[in-house]
Design a protein around this ligand. Structure first.
Ligand code: PRT
Ligand code: ZN
Length: 283
């Protein structure tokens, strides 16, 4: 079978998680920092390691069939590619921020002001939608220092923890675009056998990440209360214990309501609760 090519970031914030995701999908490959391309031994795929900014165009032009990149980069490069799957990492928000002492209150107050950014396309679109006319100063890095240098009244940059804004005396002013890493493909590639197989594997890894495997002990008289609290993948497995009238319950619990569920289970008599990570969930 001829193989496809997937482009991922060579180094930077998305590299490690992209490699981890592909390895968790069972793909075996060398991750040499020096090489630009790596062949997967056990799956018909080659991996191209690129600057993130180049990935959308490579995919659009068909040099790579697939790519993993932040949505912010896709919007900024205005490419025509197919969104295949959100990947749940690299989450961030493109925000407008202003100096702490600034008296701007409303988005309309940006009229006539200068905003520094590395995302001129996204910012221009946002300002147009809001009917704001501001000067966009495009700079490629260290956007956060531009107000203190007198180069702009505001910035528009990626924020994740907010630490960079705080340490530069800036405060968030408006949310422009939320972003996470996504799997993209060149148009028409979504129906390719290799892509379908890869996406099934990615989905099973993502589902597993959101799920914990839980084993607990409970007195048989409390079993119904426990089962009512547990949807499980299908229904929980119940195994008798050596101690009479006690059973062990095995089930899967979703991460988002994990602690709430554990507390509810304890309240109806669950004991000896063991929580384990899940590697894959294949439906
Ligand atoms: O070398 P290459 O061009 O490939 O990488 P890069 O330097 O352009 O990008 P990189 O590795 O910094 O980021 C890759 C992608 O990660 C981005 O396109 C986003 O989709 C995503 N991402 C997630 C982030 C952040 N979080 C992030 N915090 N990208 C950048 N930042 C920067 C931001 O620009 C600012 O300087 O981190 C700072 C803010 O972080 P906090 O935590 O202080 O708020
Ligand atoms: Zn980049």
């Amino acid at each position: 079978m001829t193989s496809l090519k997937i482009a991922i970031q060579k180094s930077g914030r998305l590299n490690e998680k992209s490699v981890e995701l592909l390895k968790n999908c069972g793909l075996q490959f060398e991750n040499y920092k020096s090489s630009l391309i790596s062949t997967v031994y056990n799956f018909p795929l080659e991996i191209l390691f690129l600057r993130d900014d180049d990935i959308p165009e490579y995919v659009q032009d068909g040099i790579a069939d697939l790519g993993i990149v932040g949505e912010n980069v896709i919007h900024e490069t205005q490419v025509d590619v197919h969104y295949l799957q959100r990947l749940g990492f690299g989450k961030c928000m493109l925000k407008i921020a202003i100096p702490n002492q600034s008296h701007l209150n409303d988005i309309q107050d940006l009229n006539g002001k200068a905003i520094a950014t590395s995302y001129p396309v996204i910012l221009k679109k946002y300002l147009n939608e809001k009917g704001v006319s501001a000067t966009i100063r495009t700079i490629s890095g260290s956007v956060e220092i531009s107000p203190s240098l007198g180069l702009s009244d505001a910035i528009c940059d990626i924020v994740s923890t907010g630490g960079t804004l705080r340490s530069n005396g800036l405060k968030p002013f408006a949310d422009v675009l939320s972003s996470e890493a996504v799997l993209i493909g060149k148009n028409g590639i979504g129906s390719h056998d290799i892509v379908i197989e890869l996406m099934q594997r990615i989905q099973s890894v993502l589902r597993a990440k959101e799920t914990k495997y839980v084993v607990l002990n409970v007195e048989r008289s409390n079993l119904d209360c426990i089962i009512n609290l547990l949807p499980g993948v299908k229904s929980p497995t119940v195994v008798p214990l050596a101690e009479e009238n006690w059973v062990a319950v095995h089930t899967a619990i979703e991460e988002h309501d994990f602690w709430e569920k554990i507390n509810q289970l304890k309240a109806v008599g669950a004991q000896g609760i063991i929580v384990m990570p899940v590697e894959k969930i294949i439906l």
